[in-house]
Design a protein around this ligand. Structure first.
Ligand code: DAH
Length: 341
Protein backbone atom coordinates (compact mmCIF):
# COMPACT_ATOMS: atom_id res chain seq x y z
CA UNK A 1 0.00 0.00 0.00
CA UNK A 2 1.21 3.47 -0.84
CA UNK A 3 2.28 5.58 2.10
CA UNK A 4 -0.41 8.01 3.20
CA UNK A 5 1.63 11.09 2.40
CA UNK A 6 1.92 10.02 -1.24
CA UNK A 7 -1.79 9.39 -1.50
CA UNK A 8 -2.59 12.83 -0.08
CA UNK A 9 -0.21 14.51 -2.48
CA UNK A 10 -1.69 12.66 -5.46
CA UNK A 11 -5.24 13.61 -4.52
CA UNK A 12 -4.26 17.20 -3.96
CA UNK A 13 -2.76 17.36 -7.43
CA UNK A 14 -5.94 15.85 -8.92
CA UNK A 15 -8.36 18.21 -7.30
CA UNK A 16 -6.33 21.27 -8.13
CA UNK A 17 -6.59 20.48 -11.81
CA UNK A 18 -10.31 20.09 -11.68
CA UNK A 19 -12.30 22.42 -13.91
CA UNK A 20 -16.00 21.71 -14.18
CA UNK A 21 -17.74 22.21 -17.52
CA UNK A 22 -21.22 21.58 -16.12
CA UNK A 23 -23.28 21.35 -12.96
CA UNK A 24 -23.18 17.56 -13.27
CA UNK A 25 -19.40 17.50 -13.16
CA UNK A 26 -19.44 19.55 -9.95
CA UNK A 27 -21.68 16.93 -8.42
CA UNK A 28 -19.38 14.14 -9.64
CA UNK A 29 -16.52 15.93 -7.94
CA UNK A 30 -18.44 16.07 -4.67
CA UNK A 31 -19.26 12.39 -4.81
CA UNK A 32 -15.75 11.37 -5.71
CA UNK A 33 -13.91 13.39 -3.09
CA UNK A 34 -16.18 14.86 -0.44
CA UNK A 35 -19.01 12.39 0.17
CA UNK A 36 -19.05 9.76 2.92
CA UNK A 37 -18.01 7.16 0.35
CA UNK A 38 -15.48 9.51 -1.24
CA UNK A 39 -11.72 9.20 -1.42
CA UNK A 40 -10.95 11.74 1.28
CA UNK A 41 -13.24 10.07 3.73
CA UNK A 42 -11.48 6.79 3.01
CA UNK A 43 -8.20 8.40 3.94
CA UNK A 44 -9.62 9.43 7.28
CA UNK A 45 -10.32 5.72 7.84
CA UNK A 46 -6.71 4.85 6.99
CA UNK A 47 -5.61 7.54 9.43
CA UNK A 48 -6.52 5.22 12.30
CA UNK A 49 -3.59 3.02 11.34
CA UNK A 50 -1.04 5.83 11.33
CA UNK A 51 1.53 5.38 14.13
CA UNK A 52 1.21 8.01 16.90
CA UNK A 53 4.47 9.77 16.09
CA UNK A 54 3.23 10.60 12.55
CA UNK A 55 -0.29 11.54 13.46
CA UNK A 56 0.22 15.23 13.93
CA UNK A 57 1.77 15.71 10.50
CA UNK A 58 -0.70 13.43 8.68
CA UNK A 59 -3.63 15.02 10.47
CA UNK A 60 -2.61 18.45 9.24
CA UNK A 61 -2.06 17.31 5.67
CA UNK A 62 -5.36 15.51 5.61
CA UNK A 63 -7.25 18.54 6.88
CA UNK A 64 -5.57 20.73 4.35
CA UNK A 65 -6.63 18.38 1.58
CA UNK A 66 -10.21 18.31 2.78
CA UNK A 67 -10.41 22.10 3.06
CA UNK A 68 -8.94 22.56 -0.35
CA UNK A 69 -11.43 20.13 -1.91
CA UNK A 70 -14.28 21.92 -0.17
CA UNK A 71 -13.05 25.28 -1.40
CA UNK A 72 -12.80 24.09 -5.01
CA UNK A 73 -16.24 22.53 -4.79
CA UNK A 74 -17.79 25.72 -3.38
CA UNK A 75 -16.20 27.90 -5.99
CA UNK A 76 -17.25 25.75 -8.91
CA UNK A 77 -20.76 25.11 -7.72
CA UNK A 78 -21.19 28.86 -7.33
CA UNK A 79 -20.20 29.27 -10.93
CA UNK A 80 -23.07 27.08 -12.08
CA UNK A 81 -25.62 28.35 -9.60
CA UNK A 82 -28.79 29.88 -11.12
CA UNK A 83 -28.65 31.91 -14.33
CA UNK A 84 -26.29 34.53 -13.05
CA UNK A 85 -23.75 35.74 -15.51
CA UNK A 86 -20.60 34.38 -14.01
CA UNK A 87 -16.99 34.74 -15.05
CA UNK A 88 -16.59 31.10 -16.02
CA UNK A 89 -19.64 31.31 -18.29
CA UNK A 90 -18.08 33.92 -20.52
CA UNK A 91 -16.92 32.32 -23.73
CA UNK A 92 -13.62 34.03 -24.41
CA UNK A 93 -13.28 32.27 -27.75
CA UNK A 94 -16.16 34.21 -29.31
CA UNK A 95 -15.18 36.86 -31.89
CA UNK A 96 -15.19 40.45 -30.58
CA UNK A 97 -18.30 42.55 -31.01
CA UNK A 98 -17.88 44.64 -34.12
CA UNK A 99 -17.47 48.34 -33.44
CA UNK A 100 -18.62 50.76 -36.06
CA UNK A 101 -16.30 53.43 -37.44
CA UNK A 102 -12.77 53.33 -38.71
CA UNK A 103 -9.53 55.21 -38.60
CA UNK A 104 -9.11 58.62 -40.14
CA UNK A 105 -7.04 58.51 -43.35
CA UNK A 106 -4.39 60.74 -41.76
CA UNK A 107 -4.07 58.33 -38.84
CA UNK A 108 -3.83 55.39 -41.23
CA UNK A 109 -1.00 57.03 -43.16
CA UNK A 110 0.72 58.17 -40.00
CA UNK A 111 0.82 54.63 -38.68
CA UNK A 112 2.00 53.40 -42.03
CA UNK A 113 4.85 55.97 -42.05
CA UNK A 114 5.83 55.09 -38.49
CA UNK A 115 6.10 51.44 -39.37
CA UNK A 116 8.16 52.07 -42.51
CA UNK A 117 10.71 54.16 -40.62
CA UNK A 118 10.68 51.94 -37.56
CA UNK A 119 11.84 49.11 -39.78
CA UNK A 120 14.93 51.20 -40.53
CA UNK A 121 15.63 51.72 -36.83
CA UNK A 122 14.02 55.14 -36.37
CA UNK A 123 12.20 55.74 -33.12
CA UNK A 124 9.29 58.13 -32.60
CA UNK A 125 9.90 61.47 -30.89
CA UNK A 126 7.45 64.12 -29.80
CA UNK A 127 7.55 67.79 -28.99
CA UNK A 128 5.06 70.44 -27.85
CA UNK A 129 2.63 72.08 -30.28
CA UNK A 130 3.08 75.39 -28.48
CA UNK A 131 6.68 76.39 -29.02
CA UNK A 132 9.06 79.20 -28.29
CA UNK A 133 11.01 81.17 -30.84
CA UNK A 134 14.26 79.36 -30.04
CA UNK A 135 13.01 75.86 -30.88
CA UNK A 136 10.87 76.82 -33.86
CA UNK A 137 13.25 79.32 -35.48
CA UNK A 138 16.45 80.52 -33.81
CA UNK A 139 18.13 77.18 -33.14
CA UNK A 140 17.20 76.17 -36.69
CA UNK A 141 19.31 78.99 -38.07
CA UNK A 142 16.47 81.24 -39.22
CA UNK A 143 17.86 84.75 -39.65
CA UNK A 144 16.21 87.43 -37.52
CA UNK A 145 14.40 88.95 -40.51
CA UNK A 146 13.27 85.65 -42.10
CA UNK A 147 9.73 85.96 -43.56
CA UNK A 148 8.54 82.74 -41.86
CA UNK A 149 8.72 84.56 -38.54
CA UNK A 150 6.29 87.07 -39.90
CA UNK A 151 2.80 87.48 -38.46
CA UNK A 152 1.42 86.24 -41.78
CA UNK A 153 2.70 82.73 -41.30
CA UNK A 154 2.91 82.17 -37.59
CA UNK A 155 0.12 82.02 -35.04
CA UNK A 156 1.54 83.83 -32.03
CA UNK A 157 -0.04 83.21 -28.67
CA UNK A 158 -0.83 86.22 -26.55
CA UNK A 159 1.23 89.35 -26.94
CA UNK A 160 4.67 87.77 -26.67
CA UNK A 161 6.55 87.28 -29.93
CA UNK A 162 8.29 84.38 -28.19
CA UNK A 163 5.34 81.98 -27.88
CA UNK A 164 3.66 80.50 -30.95
CA UNK A 165 2.05 77.39 -32.41
CA UNK A 166 4.82 75.44 -34.09
CA UNK A 167 4.94 76.07 -37.82
CA UNK A 168 6.76 72.81 -38.58
CA UNK A 169 7.87 69.60 -36.87
CA UNK A 170 11.51 70.66 -37.32
CA UNK A 171 11.23 72.10 -33.80
CA UNK A 172 11.27 68.50 -32.52
CA UNK A 173 14.76 68.10 -34.05
CA UNK A 174 15.99 70.78 -31.67
CA UNK A 175 14.21 69.22 -28.68
CA UNK A 176 15.84 65.87 -29.34
CA UNK A 177 19.34 67.19 -30.10
CA UNK A 178 19.30 69.26 -26.91
CA UNK A 179 18.98 66.09 -24.87
CA UNK A 180 22.48 65.29 -26.05
CA UNK A 181 22.09 61.53 -26.47
CA UNK A 182 23.96 60.46 -29.58
CA UNK A 183 23.59 58.96 -32.11
CA UNK A 184 20.07 60.13 -32.98
CA UNK A 185 17.66 58.40 -35.33
CA UNK A 186 14.14 59.74 -34.88
CA UNK A 187 10.97 60.53 -36.73
CA UNK A 188 8.52 63.06 -35.36
CA UNK A 189 4.99 63.04 -36.75
CA UNK A 190 2.60 65.72 -35.54
CA UNK A 191 0.32 68.68 -36.08
CA UNK A 192 1.59 72.02 -37.30
CA UNK A 193 -0.08 75.38 -37.69
CA UNK A 194 0.22 78.20 -40.19
CA UNK A 195 -1.70 81.36 -40.68
CA UNK A 196 -2.87 80.56 -44.21
CA UNK A 197 -6.12 80.93 -46.08
CA UNK A 198 -8.00 77.64 -46.26
CA UNK A 199 -8.36 76.18 -49.74
CA UNK A 200 -8.35 72.82 -51.54
CA UNK A 201 -4.54 72.79 -51.29
CA UNK A 202 -3.80 74.54 -47.98
CA UNK A 203 -5.07 74.63 -44.43
CA UNK A 204 -4.11 76.43 -41.23
CA UNK A 205 -3.71 73.07 -39.44
CA UNK A 206 -2.00 70.12 -41.06
CA UNK A 207 0.40 67.29 -40.26
CA UNK A 208 4.05 66.77 -40.96
CA UNK A 209 6.55 64.06 -40.30
CA UNK A 210 10.13 64.98 -39.59
CA UNK A 211 13.16 62.71 -39.76
CA UNK A 212 16.57 63.26 -38.18
CA UNK A 213 19.66 61.11 -38.21
CA UNK A 214 22.86 62.26 -36.47
CA UNK A 215 25.98 60.17 -36.13
CA UNK A 216 29.62 60.18 -37.16
CA UNK A 217 30.15 60.23 -40.93
CA UNK A 218 26.54 60.45 -42.06
CA UNK A 219 26.38 61.33 -45.74
CA UNK A 220 23.88 62.51 -48.33
CA UNK A 221 23.99 58.99 -49.80
CA UNK A 222 22.51 57.66 -46.54
CA UNK A 223 19.70 60.19 -46.85
CA UNK A 224 18.97 59.24 -50.44
CA UNK A 225 18.86 55.55 -49.70
CA UNK A 226 16.52 56.02 -46.72
CA UNK A 227 14.12 58.17 -48.72
CA UNK A 228 14.23 55.82 -51.68
CA UNK A 229 13.26 52.93 -49.39
CA UNK A 230 10.44 55.03 -47.95
CA UNK A 231 9.10 56.06 -51.38
CA UNK A 232 8.93 52.48 -52.66
CA UNK A 233 7.36 51.16 -49.47
CA UNK A 234 4.78 53.91 -49.37
CA UNK A 235 3.87 54.47 -53.04
CA UNK A 236 4.80 51.09 -54.50
CA UNK A 237 7.89 49.25 -55.81
CA UNK A 238 7.89 51.00 -59.22
CA UNK A 239 8.32 54.45 -57.68
CA UNK A 240 11.28 56.54 -58.79
CA UNK A 241 12.70 59.56 -56.96
CA UNK A 242 14.69 62.64 -57.91
CA UNK A 243 16.34 65.43 -55.95
CA UNK A 244 16.41 69.11 -56.84
CA UNK A 245 18.69 71.63 -55.11
CA UNK A 246 16.80 73.91 -52.72
CA UNK A 247 17.26 76.12 -49.70
CA UNK A 248 16.30 75.73 -46.03
CA UNK A 249 18.00 77.69 -43.24
CA UNK A 250 18.61 74.52 -41.19
CA UNK A 251 20.21 72.35 -43.87
CA UNK A 252 23.32 72.76 -45.99
CA UNK A 253 23.17 71.28 -48.62
CA UNK A 254 19.40 71.34 -49.09
CA UNK A 255 17.15 69.54 -51.55
CA UNK A 256 13.57 68.85 -52.42
CA UNK A 257 12.53 65.37 -53.40
CA UNK A 258 10.02 64.46 -56.08
CA UNK A 259 8.48 61.05 -56.63
CA UNK A 260 7.27 59.73 -59.95
CA UNK A 261 3.53 60.41 -60.15
CA UNK A 262 1.73 57.37 -58.79
CA UNK A 263 -1.42 58.20 -60.74
CA UNK A 264 0.01 58.13 -64.27
CA UNK A 265 3.23 56.26 -63.46
CA UNK A 266 5.25 59.22 -64.74
CA UNK A 267 3.60 59.59 -68.15
CA UNK A 268 1.96 62.90 -67.25
CA UNK A 269 -1.55 63.69 -65.96
CA UNK A 270 -3.40 66.60 -64.37
CA UNK A 271 -2.27 65.59 -60.84
CA UNK A 272 1.42 65.98 -61.72
CA UNK A 273 0.62 68.84 -64.09
CA UNK A 274 1.88 66.69 -66.97
CA UNK A 275 5.43 66.64 -65.60
CA UNK A 276 5.38 63.04 -64.37
CA UNK A 277 6.79 64.15 -60.99
CA UNK A 278 5.29 65.35 -57.71
CA UNK A 279 7.24 67.18 -55.03
CA UNK A 280 6.75 65.64 -51.59
CA UNK A 281 9.46 66.70 -49.18
CA UNK A 282 12.33 68.93 -48.15
CA UNK A 283 15.59 67.51 -46.86
CA UNK A 284 19.30 68.05 -46.52
CA UNK A 285 22.41 67.73 -44.37
CA UNK A 286 21.92 69.35 -40.97
CA UNK A 287 23.63 72.76 -40.99
CA UNK A 288 26.62 72.83 -38.59
CA UNK A 289 25.14 75.99 -37.03
CA UNK A 290 22.12 73.94 -35.97
CA UNK A 291 24.26 71.21 -34.43
CA UNK A 292 26.26 73.78 -32.49
CA UNK A 293 23.12 75.64 -31.31
CA UNK A 294 21.95 72.34 -29.87
CA UNK A 295 25.25 71.55 -28.18
CA UNK A 296 26.57 68.97 -30.66
CA UNK A 297 30.15 69.13 -31.89
CA UNK A 298 29.81 69.68 -35.65
CA UNK A 299 33.41 68.61 -36.27
CA UNK A 300 32.70 65.18 -34.90
CA UNK A 301 29.09 64.66 -35.94
CA UNK A 302 27.04 65.15 -39.07
CA UNK A 303 23.50 64.30 -39.96
CA UNK A 304 20.61 64.52 -42.34
CA UNK A 305 17.03 65.70 -41.88
CA UNK A 306 13.85 65.60 -43.88
CA UNK A 307 10.30 66.82 -43.45
CA UNK A 308 7.09 66.26 -45.36
CA UNK A 309 3.40 67.05 -45.21
CA UNK A 310 1.24 64.04 -44.39
CA UNK A 311 -1.92 65.41 -46.05
CA UNK A 312 -0.14 65.81 -49.34
CA UNK A 313 1.13 62.25 -49.62
CA UNK A 314 -2.22 60.93 -48.37
CA UNK A 315 -3.96 62.87 -51.15
CA UNK A 316 -1.58 61.37 -53.68
CA UNK A 317 -1.89 57.85 -52.41
CA UNK A 318 -5.68 57.81 -52.24
CA UNK A 319 -6.37 60.31 -55.04
CA UNK A 320 -8.09 62.87 -52.83
CA UNK A 321 -8.44 66.23 -54.52
CA UNK A 322 -9.46 68.53 -51.67
CA UNK A 323 -7.47 68.89 -48.46
CA UNK A 324 -10.44 70.33 -46.58
CA UNK A 325 -12.08 66.88 -46.60
CA UNK A 326 -9.63 65.76 -43.88
CA UNK A 327 -11.05 68.28 -41.44
CA UNK A 328 -14.76 68.17 -42.14
CA UNK A 329 -15.82 64.89 -40.53
CA UNK A 330 -18.03 64.04 -43.49
CA UNK A 331 -18.92 60.37 -42.98
CA UNK A 332 -19.39 59.76 -46.70
CA UNK A 333 -15.70 60.57 -47.10
CA UNK A 334 -14.42 58.88 -43.94
CA UNK A 335 -16.34 55.66 -44.48
CA UNK A 336 -14.29 54.94 -47.59
CA UNK A 337 -11.31 54.24 -45.32
CA UNK A 338 -13.15 51.87 -42.96
CA UNK A 339 -11.46 48.77 -44.25
CA UNK A 340 -7.92 50.11 -44.03
CA UNK A 341 -5.83 49.90 -40.89
N1 DAH B 1 10.39 72.30 -42.05
C1 DAH B 1 10.24 72.40 -43.48
C2 DAH B 1 8.87 72.98 -43.81
O1 DAH B 1 8.01 72.97 -42.98
C3 DAH B 1 10.39 71.05 -44.13
C4 DAH B 1 11.78 70.53 -44.04
C5 DAH B 1 12.70 70.81 -45.04
C6 DAH B 1 12.18 69.76 -42.97
C7 DAH B 1 13.99 70.32 -44.98
C8 DAH B 1 13.48 69.27 -42.88
C9 DAH B 1 14.37 69.56 -43.93
O2 DAH B 1 13.91 68.52 -41.87
O3 DAH B 1 15.62 69.06 -43.83
O4 DAH B 1 8.67 73.39 -44.90
Amino acid sequence: MLPMKTKIAALLADIQQFQAQSKEQVEEFRLKYLSKKGLIHALFDDFKQVPPENRKEMGMLLNELKNKAQEIFDRQSDAFAGDQHHVSQIDTSLPAVEVSGGRHPISIVRRNLNSIFERLGFIIAEGPEIEDDFHNFTALNFPEEHPARDMQDTFFIGKSPDVALRTHTSSVQVRVMEQGKLPIRIIAPGRVFRNEAISARAHCIFHQIEGLYIDKEVSFADLKQTLYFFAREFFGPETRIRFRPSYFPFTEISAEMDVSCNICGGKGCNICKYSGWVEILGCGMVDPNVLEACGIDSKEYSGYAFGMGIERITMMKYQINDLRLFFENDLRFLKQFDQLV
